[in-house]
Design a protein around this ligand. Structure first.
Ligand SMILES: Nc1ncnc2c1ncn2[C@@H]1O[C@H](COP(=O)(O)OP(=O)(O)OP(=O)(O)O)[C@@H](O)[C@H]1O
Length: 224
């Protein structure tokens, strides 16, 4: 599995707020490796993650996942890809508000056909690894932003995606936890052999990463 963007342009917004978030951008992300995606605020890191995970369609250019151009997939094929092969960990966490931390993971596992009983032990272990052993039975609305995002990370790791996209995983945690999360993502990447891209401003993540891709080098003049 590999991820490559070729001459990708993405414009966002309308009228006065219309912005070229990615301009003719080409980048390759190594298989079975953790890449830190760095660059100034507003340089398009989150947009790149959205395009890579088929959440956003570029205006032009190609996004090749394992050699397949995402644009050539049918809408159903794209939905299947998002569900079965891609793990997303965004800052909002995207959790289901009525479910506890543990239920978030079990629900995700059952949607992809895994038996909840079989994955319960692994789900509990992963929640402990992200530092939430004491929060298994808290609902999403009873947790902090950083805790919610860590649940989303545990959920993504449980599903063992081929492509793992993570946006600022250490922004809302203390330094010690940041180092532990970066190590966990690196270790999961090595174990599962996934392509992992982590958008980050954090040197701790950069240190844990196998490679660094700098948006400033890809967009030498900056986004419009
Ligand atoms: N919905 C939108 N409409 C118009 N412009 C947008 C929209 N969303 C983002 N942008 C702009 O697109 C550019 C890229 O945004 P993006 O969120 O990808 O940057 P980023 O590198 O992830 O930033 P940060 O490090 O602050 O999270 C920015 O200039 C931003 O202002």
């Amino acid at each position: 599995m590999s991820l490559e963007l070729r001459n990708v342009t993405v414009t966002l917004g309308r009228g006065d707020s219309r912005t070229t978030a990615l301009r003719d951008l080409s980048a390759a992300f190594a298989p079975a490796a953790l890449t830190a995606l760095v660059g100034p605020s507003g340089s398009g890191k989150s947009t790149l993650l959205a395009v890579a995970g088929a959440l956003l369609r570029p205006d032009s250019g190609q996004v090749l996942l394992g050699g397949t151009d995402l644009a050539r997939l049918t809408p159903a094929g794209q939905a299947r890809l998002r569900r079965e092969r891609v793990g997303y960990v965004f800052q909002s966490g995207n959790l289901l508000s009525g479910l506890t931390a543990l239920e978030q993971l079990l629900a995700a596992a059952s949607v992809t056909g895994r038996a909840p009983r079989a994955v319960r032990a692994r789900a509990t272990e992963l929640l402990a690894e992200v530092g939430l052993a004491h929060r298994l039975r808290h609902r999403a609305d009873q947790l902090s932003g950083g805790e919610r995002q860590r649940i989303a990370l545990a959920r993504a790791l449980l599903l063992e995606p081929e492509l793992l996209l993570v946006d600022e995983p250490t922004a809302a945690v203390d330094r010690e936890r940041a180092a532990a999360l970066a190590a966990l993502i690196a270790e999961a990447t090595a174990r599962h052999g996934c392509v992992t891209v982590v958008a980050t401003h954090d040197p701790v993540v950069r240190t844990a990463a196998d490679h660094t891709v700098d948006m400033a080098a890809l967009h030498p003049t900056g986004p419009a």
